[in-house]
Ligand binder design. Sequence first.
Ligand code: F0G
Length: 494
Amino acid sequence: MKRWPAMTAGGGRRVTRNDYGAVARIRQASFILTPMPFEFRTIIEPFRIKSVEPIRFSSPDEREQALRRTGYNLFGLRSEDVLIDLLTDSGTGAMSAEQWAGMMRGDESYAGSRSFFRFERAVRDLTGFRHVIPTHQGRAAERILFGEAVRQGGVVPNNTHFDTTRANVEHDGATALDLVIAEGLQPSFDHPFKGNMDVGRLDETLAAERDRVPLVMVTVTNNSGGGQPVSMENLRAVRAVCDRYDVPLFLDACRFAENAWFIKQREPGFDARSPEEIAREMFSLADGATFSAKKDGLANIGGFLAMNDDDLAARCRNNLILTEGFPTYGGLAGYDLEAIAVGLREVLDEDYLRYRIRSVEYLWEKVAAAGVPCVSPPGGHAVYVDAKTLLPQIPPSQYPAHALAIELFRAGGIRTVEIGSVMFGRVHDDGTEDPAAMELVRLAIPRRVYTQSHIDYVAEVIASIVPRAAELRGYAITSQSKYLRHFTAQFEQL
Ligand code: F0G
């Protein structure tokens, strides 16, 4: 295993120049890094910009009004109120000229379209799964899979369920059990594969409750735990446990390419292998996958459910027809299927992945250098600020990560998302609440959208909040829904 250095947020490393390359040199010295393949060290965006979309500058007054109007819920904002939108990396990427060209080839036949077969071939080549079922996005694949496989009283282990995954499991009356390794729950603890599943606890769970477990899931990368990767070694170990108890293993594969890149960088024996080969091996260890093409599909919409089990696939297809559409389009247009087929190839390009992971590291370094505690090391698609540590005066019951997310918008028009007790707090029938494991603010970087100066601006806004962090106050929820409350809850400032 590569030596993994002790590294704490801010850890004394100074970022001295504002180009990717200067920071890269610091990373090289400290060993963690995205390696520099070329004579020159600045990692540039591996594309030119052909089409631009203006963004609107807003005044602090306008932003304050917008916050009031939305009940202090950032999901309620209009996008034109937002200057830099880091709410999500999902469906927000820029498509390539090849993808747009593919869209013109879209075959919109209701049944048996050429676009479906191109899509199916792209997914099969990558995953090896026999059955490829298109869906309009990831959660539709989850709903169909769990609807067919999960029963009342069931238990679904995962490294960490994402919000929609958890909600879909719970909606079917089952328990969503998070079994990430202990290191994965300590924001400042450095570990190369913090998304790994705790294989011992998985084994114990299956030993005790095998009959209640319809399938095991592993989320790559582990979004709710900081966008952290899962190692091949861990996937193999999970596979072995699943084999021992004869339980199917599914990947929640939204960010499979970013995970493959981390394996290439960090896991012994993989540095000479291509991201594509690594991704294939990851999928070969599973019996199926749910996928949101809005992330590593480089598309604005789409997803799939794929598997080898003939009987389960037949049931899922029937469910699909009822709710999403015929199995050769699954709620998507033919042109969407084309965009995904091209995207799945482009996302595994090494120049793209190097730039992608490096640009997230770059923001992480600037934020950490400003003294802001972050989940460490940086994730694949986002920087996660540890609001519990930054705002110790706000208890989890007053949602410190929400308070910080609101402040980022107020100060600089930056929209982020809370991944803390608003999203994952457990509300009991008597109204009391258990807090989430961590209080994080996620700055998710859309793919191929923002340039280095946008990211520099974000870092500057965050740094401006640090000196007055102790003055920030918490929030109370004034109304909420039963499932996925973070999307619509209303808040008041305390
Ligand atoms: N699984 C993971 C790990 C995700 O991150 C998401 C979506 C989904 C499943 C659901 O996919 O949105 O296409 O239905 N994550 C987005 C996010 C929404 O912002 O992280 P979807």
